[in-house]
Design a protein around this ligand. Structure first.
Ligand code: GCV
Length: 698
């Protein structure tokens, strides 16, 4: 008995840190805040039986405050609902209906869908509706996800570190798996299910072969067991050369029958342990990873071999298009398109090509990747980065919703106006059945999961936009804020205002007007626009900005790399002319003189300085706004955020000052009147060194 009580106690601490936190609010609950104690518990009835339905009811009991009507959970095909003649045609497997209905003669709040997981999603939608102020007595929601695969990519290593992770060690304790299933795994699944995320790649794309060995398959299976009732499948990153490393074959050539047989046997082994295994994610021939090109085979050859191995089990392959080679003298921004565009139509039916939002690498702003819309016969999966490798790690407040929205709404013009990236990705533009979106997770073992309260919003925004890529990032910010901070309108308005200007602020103080890739080497922390001595040309920031006395920017027009030609003609035409290129992307596409006249009437140099200053000023403004809600937000989260804003302000100023010191050393221009001189000279900024910065293997 004593032991049982102890177990219950431990579980309560682990799972319900929410219910009795030692400190005011450490952020553990995310958007799953329990209903305020003392409100009348709603009457919940479950028709039908399954683990998932039971979990859905549990979520409602925990998080739904008093309901005006009893809540009924049931699958849409349950005879108890027959009289309602529900229209379920548009729901698919995951869509839900939440509405009032009379069931067995009782006015009720019905949560239904064709499958148990759809009902689970409906339960979360009902909770979200209540927390965002919807009148439940009149609720009438029908919603189905537009994108099929909504997947988090963990760049978690088997040694517990996380590549580009800023929220502590990996959530997965590989060492104690599969025996010990940390209750956090369940809470993680709950948080994801609440957003509709239905897949998790559990290991880094820079994959170790060991993740495909029997012990690690067993560990993956344990996680899959935890995630399954929450509607989440497990996927693995696969190292292409595993047949050599694990199978002791002489080659990993995808056309070699022995290699094919090895992968088939490996897939069969995985499916024996994880019957609903999702499939493989592959980074091949990129940044030193092995791949089919090592054998003069194409990416399609490699992907199709793996696809054949998982196809009999219903699995898929997500094959990344993030490739660039030092041996290729062409503009790095062009290389993925050059390599993948000719492969359109050559991939097997169960392959998706996973493409980063922009052609370089998750910069604070990049134009949309030209591959979107350029491979009509291939399902294109969008890869976004939730972890803020280039936007201030965990400490800077940068809400990524507007970045995600910007790319999703970008118009490829591939099939005329309105051919948005969202429509490419959700499969509707070209009628693909398979569709997917991936987010590089920002989750670790920190108590608040993501390293800061506001970073949670980026995970949330990814999930919500994955479900419905047409949502506005501002609406998503508001609903996140309401679920995170409660319903004080002054707090919510302040938080949303801060969030909505935050990403642009980072663009301003790190790389305005289309500048990119200006960061320090390796760890990617802080400014390094002067770096020019690294072995590979495209590792150096100077490669990207090409600043000299005469001007700045990368000429990607006909007179330069002609990367603009990779876009559809109407887009290419706009981008070919600096006067019709959006100023926010100007220096991405053009090399312009420092005295180029901007729309504001200022010179390019003056405009750049104004952006740097605006970035720093916006952070100062966010600090002031946050001071204004002191006392209205719990002290723990308020204080941590206030301190992080101080760090951000200091670092924004550092970025601004270091960048300006460098640009002035190149252009020899004075600062515009009124602009403050950098605090230190350029040599000081160059001397800064951060060997222990997080997220990067030391
Ligand atoms: C997982 C960038 C990051 C790498 C990352 C790579 C990728 O280069 O800095 O850490 O590796 O992108 O997306 O594969």
């Amino acid at each position: 008995m004593k032991k049982r009580l102890l177990t219950i106690g431990v579980c309560m601490i682990a799972l319900g840190a929410a219910s009795a936190p030692a400190l005011a609010n450490d952020g553990y609950d995310l958007w799953l805040t329990p209903a305020v104690a003392g409100t009348a518990a709603p009457d919940i009835r479950v028709i039908g039986q399954s683990e998932t339905l039971t979990l859905a009811a549990g979520e409602l009991r925990r998080d739904l405050a008093a309901s005006p009507l009893p809540v009924v959970l049931a699958r849409a095909d349950d005879p108890a609902l027959a009289a309602l003649r529900l229209s379920t045609a548009t729901l698919g497997e995951e869509g839900y209906i939440v509405r009032t209905a009379t069931i067995d003669g009782r006015p009720s709040l019905l949560v239904t869908g064709k499958t148990d997981r759809a009902v689970l999603y409906g339960a979360f939608a009902l909770i979200r509706a209540q927390k965002t102020g919807v009148d439940l007595a009149a609720i009438n929601l029908t919603s189905a996800p537009k994108i099929g695969l909504r997947v988090l990519n963990h760049w978690d290593n088997l040694d517990g570190s996380v590549e580009r992770g800023y929220a502590g060690q990996s959530l997965w304790d590989w060492w104690t798996l599969p025996d010990f299933k940390d209750p956090r795994y369940t809470d993680y699944a709950r948080a994801n299910a609440a957003l509709g995320i239905n897949g998790i790649v559990i290991n880094n794309v820079n994959a170790k072969p060991e993740s495909l060995t029997a012990p690690y398959i067993a560990k993956a299976a344990a996680l899959a067991d935890v995630f399954r009732p929450w509607g989440i499948k497990v996927y693995l990153s696969a190292r292409f050369s595993a047949p050599i490393e694990l199978g002791h074959l002489k080659t990993a050539d995808p056309l070699d029958p022995e290699v094919q047989a090895w992968w088939k046997a490996k897939a069969d082994e995985i499916y024996r342990a994880i019957p609903d295994f999702g499939g493989f994610l592959v980074k091949a021939n990129s940044e030193g990873q092995p791949g089919p090109r090592d054998y003069h085979r194409s990416h399609a050859d490699g992907a199709n071999m793996l696809a054949a191995a998982v196809a009999p089990h219903g699995g898929i392959v997500m094959w990344r298009a993030f490739v660039y080679a030092e041996t290729d003298p062409d503009d790095r921004a062009k290389q993925a398109y050059t390599e993948f565009h000719p492969l359109d139509g050559k991939f097997a039916d169960n392959v998706l090509v996973q493409v980063k939002n922009g052609a370089i690498d998750f910069q604070p702003r990049e134009p949309f990747h030209p591959l979107f819309g350029a491979m009509p016969k291939t399902p294109m999966m969008l890869e976004l980065q939730i972890t803020k490798e280039y936007l201030g790690f965990a400490t800077h407040l940068a809400y990524l919703g507007p970045l995600f929205e910007e790319v999703l709404k970008a118009d490829t013009r591939a099939k005329g106006t309105g051919s948005t990236v969202a429509k490419v990705v959700d499969g509707s533009l070209y009628g693909h059945k398979l569709s997917g979106i991936a987010g590089v997770a920002n989750v670790g073992r920190d108590r608040d999961w993501s390293g800061s309260t506001f970073n949670q919003a980026n995970w949330y925004a990814f999930g919500r936009l994955a479900w419905d890529p047409t949502l506005s990032s501002e609406a998503v910010a508001r609903e996140w804020a309401q679920q995170t901070f409660g319903n004080d309108p002054r707090v919510i308005d302040t938080v949303v205002r801060m969030m909505m200007q935050s990403r642009e602020a980072v663009v301003d103080y790190t790389g305005p007007l289309g500048l990119a890739h200006l960061m320090g080497t390796g760890h990617h922390y802080g400014p390094g626009p002067w770096i020019s001595d690294l072995a590979r040309p495209e590792w150096n920031p100077v490669y990207y900005h090409k600043a000299d006395k005469a001007g700045v920017g990368f000429d990607r027009t006909k007179t330069g790399s002609n990367a603009v030609a990779q876009y559809e003609p109407p887009v290419a035409k706009l981008l070919a002319d600096p006067r019709t290129t959006p100023e926010s992307e100007l220096l991405w596409f053009h090399h312009l003189p420092w005295d180029w006249k901007m729309k504001s009437g200022r010179t390019l140099w003056e405009e750049m300085v104004a952006h740097y200053d605006r970035g720093v000023a916006t952070v100062a403004q966010m600090q002031a706004e946050w001071q204004g809600v002191k006392g209205s937000v719990d002290p723990e989260r308020w204080q941590k955020t206030a301190t992080y804003l101080e760090i951000q302000h200091r670092e924004a100023k550092w970025w601004r000052d270091a960048s300006l010191a460098y640009w002035m050393s190149v252009n020899g221009l004075p600062l515009p009147a009124g602009a403050a001189a950098p605090e230190h000279d350029l040599a000081w900024y160059k001397a800064q060194d951060f060997p222990m910065a997080p997220g990067h293997p030391h």
